[in-house]
Design a protein. Structure first.
Length: 366
């Protein structure tokens, strides 16, 4: 008789249910931007304000300066604007609060729903490139929020900048909801809806004007504080030995180096389209060399020291300039990664050579 070995069955771990907005009052997961709750059956859907308050503006300023940016997010889920019903449009947004605020402040006087998906606190454009604003996450949230219980239609309005991450045909096949691509900018949502969900050419065009480019400068300056500190220290050392003229020499070198950081953080985005080459590293190197040479000449630095400062400035601005590859309208993730990889060694060599030349120039007085 064949012996039967008893099998040991291990119960599967209970799946932890993901917490989302749209079922009950949020309590600590909410915020002052939730003005009330819309009751539909047993569900309490948070209704959001369409005017930003002081806290929203201060929060935006804080993250623009680079503080707490990784934690500036809201709970994913389903939200209401105004008094929406079963036929009201459903907009899709990221759970990065800056993106969510940019959307809701443009929705005054409208009645609609917002489906917020979990992009890990990243904006729509970047999240689409990384895959977190994607088909799988969108389908998951449609099911988790049970949209079919709330709306009678099967249509979602997605931001155009999220198109890289979402497949319209796959979305419809997996969820039954059809993707309608909305405008690039949230401020055009009202006109888009009023026109029967049709976009003009202007609504579809991605801009990157001077104001939009300079908006990135503050966070770059804040993130460059180690480089700024190093520039100040090098300026103090460059003025040695102590004695007459030390302050003037130190100040001149410090201004040249600190100015290189500012040229990279603010001058580079401002002059982006005026600088030669498509390569951001070359653009930065040219701007850095120009700044280093002109500033050294203006302060009357010796030729050897001026050459050293120009090399360092060129490398510093080239490296900082690479930070803007992820925020422009004409670069790709793969292209940006390759350029960073190609630039690391030349930038390090340029910085090292410039520092050696500057040190020799100071020691030998040339």
């Amino acid at each position: 008789m064949k012996q039967v070995t008893a099998q040991r069955f291990v119960p599967l771990a209970k799946k932890v249910e993901e917490r989302v907005a749209g079922y009950r009052e949020l309590g600590a997961d909410g915020g002052p931007w939730i003005v009330s709750y819309l009751s539909i059956g047993s569900r309490s859907i948070p209704r959001v304000a369409t005017r930003l308050d002081r806290g929203d503006r201060l929060g935006a300023l804080r993250v623009r300066l680079g503080f707490g940016r990784d934690r500036y997010s809201i709970l994913p889920g389903f939200y209401a604007v105004g008094s929406p019903g079963a036929e009201s449009p459903v907009l899709v947004s990221a759970n990065y609060k800056l993106s969510f605020d940019a959307l809701r402040r443009e929705l005054g006087g409208l009645d609609l729903w917002i489906l917020v998906i979990d992009t890990k606190g990243v904006n729509v454009w970047c999240a689409a490139g990384k895959g977190s604003f994607g088909t799988a996450e969108l389908v998951a949230k449609i099911g988790r929020c049970r949209l079919d219980e709330i709306v009678a239609h099967r249509e979602l309005i997605l931001p155009q900048l999220g198109a890289a991450g979402v497949s319209g045909p796959e979305l419809q096949r997996l969820s039954g909801f059809r993707a309608v691509w909305g405008p690039v900018r949230a401020r055009d949502i009202g006109a888009f809806l009023a026109a029967g969900k049709k976009k003009t050419e202007v609504m579809s065009r991605v801009s990157f004007d001077l104001g939009e480019r300079l908006l990135l400068a503050p966070i770059e300056i804040v993130h460059a504080w180690p480089t700024l500190l190093a520039a100040l220290c090098l300026g103090l050392l460059a003025g040695l030995p102590f004695g007459p003229g030390w302050v003037e020499r130190s100040l001149a070198v410090a201004i040249v180096l600190v100015g290189a950081v500012l040229a990279g953080a603010a001058g580079f985005p401002a002059l982006l389209f005026a600088l030669p080459s498509r390569s951001f590293a070359i653009k930065g190197a040219v701007l850095g060399a120009l700044w280093g040479g002109l500033a050294s000449w203006a302060f009357g630095l010796p030729m050897g020291l001026a050459a050293g400062m120009s090399l360092v400035s060129s490398a510093v601005v080239a490296w900082i300039g690479l930070n803007f590859t992820g925020s422009t309208t004409f670069t790709s993730p793969s292209g940006a990664a390759k350029e960073v990889e190609r630039t690391m060694l030349p930038a390090a060599i340029g910085t090292g050579a410039g520092l050696v030349l500057a040190t020799l120039a100071i020691a030998l007085r040339f």
